[in-house]
Ligand binder design. Structure first.
Ligand code: GDP
Length: 389
């Protein structure tokens, strides 16, 4: 794997044997490998490109199945080959442009510059499409963010605890106890999910609570999926969920254990609540709730599995991908640079400047894989180009 000769020793695994062998090897002048040294050597010997070397690190750090799969795909080289393919196409364009610059009097194919522009535009579009992936690959590496929001006392902290199966957030019957954001990392159907419990959404005079609210709102806005929790007895509380429209907000009716036995809401609230959670159900009961939201009890655990299954499905749907996905901010920056150099080349009025922009774009792409050597590739292509014969 490193491209170097290796000797493998198969030993009895006891500590004493290992220590004695390591000591004997040390006396021969050998030493233990430093962290990442094998991967580094493999890269330096051209056995791996940089994206693959990064994938080795990701594989070591992978905590869930989806992260492991993503790292393996990258280690397989699919991301690197996508970038190298763009690099190759760009090198051809650059070679043609250099030909225009260096041999203006030669018999070059007509409209060659137009063709270069057209193909540059195609490349920009492909890179832009790759960039506009909602940061799925990066999110999968870092954890997919899910925010638990809703009115105070709806049972958000209790839900988080129930899911995390440990006391991660403090629950209390006094409204407004969760003043900051409590986050737990869970493995949801193989996907790494960061579940954040946020301060209850309500107006407050208290400065600390207001700060908590501000953070909660930001966290909720940035989250990929929101669980909007409300007390099933007071479905009017679900009304404010309307502020988070779209398929990525899941309505959760908590405290369902109290619903069939203690119908506490007033008839007025009942009507409003039913309208708020949709379907205009006249009678307020479990079935009515079920039509528009997930009925659960954070206390008894009822409905939690169904909610988690639905959440897992939604995450899996968002993250299923045939095309290779960007996994690191480092790649993103380099690709953004490449795309902007390419776009600039389209508007540059001097051929020399266009060439320089293409060269910059090629260099940016090369930084990702660490393998494109501009000069060398140009030499090869120039030789094939048969100019000057
Ligand atoms: P938060 O303010 O939304 O985070 O609400 P908490 O999780 O602190 O819960 C508020 C109160 O409701 C606490 O006293 C909980 O024990 C109680 N509670 C939460 N979930 C349930 C539930 O499913 N059933 C019942 N009966 N009580 C619950």
């Amino acid at each position: 794997m490193t491209g170097e000769d290796v000797a493998e020793l198969h030993l009895h695994g006891s500590r004493a044997v290992l220590a004695a062998v390591v000591e004997a090897l040390r006396r021969l002048g050998l030493r233990l490998a430093e962290p990442g040294e094998f991967t580094r050597r493999a890269f330096l010997n051209g056995k791996l490109d940089l994206t693959q070397a990064e994938a080795v690190a990701d594989l070591v750090a992978a905590e869930t199945e989806a992260q492991r799969r993503q790292a393996l795909r990258q280690l397989d080289g699919e991301l690197g080959s996508l970038y190298r393919d763009w690099g190759r196409r760009l090198t051809h364009l650059l070679a043609h442009l250099e030909a225009v610059i260096d041999f203006p009097d030669e018999d070059l194919p007509p409209a060659i510059e137009d063709r270069i522009s057209a193909e540059t535009s195609v490349l920009v579009a492909e890179i832009d499409r790759h960039l506009a992936d909602g940061r799925r690959g990066e999110r999968l590496r870092d954890g997919i963010s899910v925010a638990i929001i809703g009115p105070p006392n709806a049972g958000k902290s209790s839900l988080l605890n129930r899911i995390a199966r440990r006391d991660a957030a403090i629950t209390s019957p006094i409204a407004g106890t969760t003043r900051d954001i409590v986050e737990v990392a869970i493995d949801l159907a193989g996907y790494p999910v960061l579940l954040g419990d946020t301060a209850g959404l309500r107006d407050s005079e208290d400065a600390i609570e207001q700060e908590g609210l501000r953070r909660a709102l930001r966290r909720a806005e940035e989250a990929e999926i929101r669980l909007f929790v409300f007390d099933a007895r007071y479905p009017a509380g679900a009304q404010s969920a309307a502020a988070w429209p779209g398929p990525d907000t899941i309505l959760v009716a908590n405290k369902i254990d109290l619903v069939s036995t203690i119908p506490l809401c007033t008839p007025g609230e009942r009507g409003k609540g039913a309208a708020a959670i949709g379907k205009g159900a006249q009678s307020f009961n479990r079935d009515g709730i079920r039509q528009s939201s997930f009925p659960i009890s954070a206390l008894t655990g009822e409905g939690i599995d169904a909610l988690l299954a639905a959440l897992g499905e939604r995450v899996a749907r968002n993250y299923r991908s045939e095309a290779p996905v960007l996994t690191r901010a480092r790649h993103r920056h380099a690709l953004e640079e490449a795309a902007s150099s390419l776009s600039r080349s389209l508007t540059a009025n001097l051929t020399e400047l266009r060439g320089e922009d293409l060269r910059l774009a090629l260099r940016s792409l090369g930084h990702i894989t660490g393998t494109v050597d501009v000069e060398e590739l140009l030499d090869v292509i120039f030789r094939d180009f048969c100019i000057g014969k």
